[in-house]
Design a protein. Structure first.
Length: 243
């Protein structure tokens, strides 16, 4: 059985990825900041007959990975889905507090996770890492002061990761979603005008996405079907960036 670790696995895109990997037969471990959301995700898996272990360990990734290595002899897949976007402002209007917090979670947190996971995959002899970027890291978008730069950093970090560990048979790829309907996005959408919403929807030729759309791409990039793919940033955005 393949062992998968999903960060941010209790909500939104991360939760959909957790369910997809469990459905594919993986033993899934999820990490997140909110214990109640993790427990809800685990209950959902259990009711579907799948297994998972929830670990509320925002800053204890080393301990989580060490436990997985001891229990399973290594780790096969990592999907680094944890991320925040606490403030939507222009670059020079972004508060320092929100700038540094977004950097800490979206970029530094992902780095610490990968740093803990790579030795476990080396122990296994191979592995696949999927990071979650954003179209905000690929193209300029308004009011993405801290979020956009962190997601651009995630893309470049993933490329470097792919090059550094290809000899260890560890692949690393990044998914860049467009607008996906999650609780976080729904709250933001409710504050938009009808005109703004039309512009948003029209920007996606295939329409806005669902968390399951990203989950399918994550599974593909971890599966053997993508065994000759590494270092890419895959736009999963309903055609947003093809205009």
């Amino acid at each position: 059985m393949k062992i998968a670790l999903i960060t941010g696995g209790g909500t939104g895109i991360g939760r959909a990825i957790t369910h997809r990997f469990a459905a594919e037969g993986c033993h899934v471990h999820i990490v997140g900041r909110r214990q109640e959301k993790l427990e809800e995700a685990v209950d959902g898996l259990a009711s579907a007959g799948w297994s998972a272990v929830d670990v509320a360990a925002d800053g204890a990734m080393d301990a989580v990975v060490a436990e997985l290595v001891e229990k399973h002899g290594g780790l096969d897949y990592l999907v680094a889905s944890a991320g925040i976007n606490p403030q939507r402002k222009k670059l020079t209007e972004t508060d320092d507090e929100h700038w540094f917090e977004t950097m800490r979670v979206n970029l530094t947190g992902m780095h610490r996770t990968c740093k803990a996971v790579v030795p476990a995959m080396q122990k296994r002899g191979e592995g696949a890492i999927v990071t979650i970027g954003s179209i905000s890291g690929q193209v300029g978008m308004p009011e993405r002061g801290a979020y956009g730069p962190t997601k651009a950093g995630v893309i470049q970090y993933t490329r470097n990761l792919a090059v550094d560990y290809a000899a260890d048979k560890i692949r690393a790829n990044c998914i860049c979603p467009g607008f996906v309907i999650t609780d976080l996005v729904t709250t933001w959408i409710e504050s938009r005008t009808e005109e703004q919403m039309k512009k948003l929807v029209d920007g996606h030729p295939l329409g806005v996405g669902q968390p399951e759309d990203v989950a399918g791409a994550a599974w593909f990039l971890c599966s053997d079907d993508s065994r000759w793919i590494t270092g890419v940033d895959l736009s999963v955005d309903g055609g947003f960036t093809c205009w």
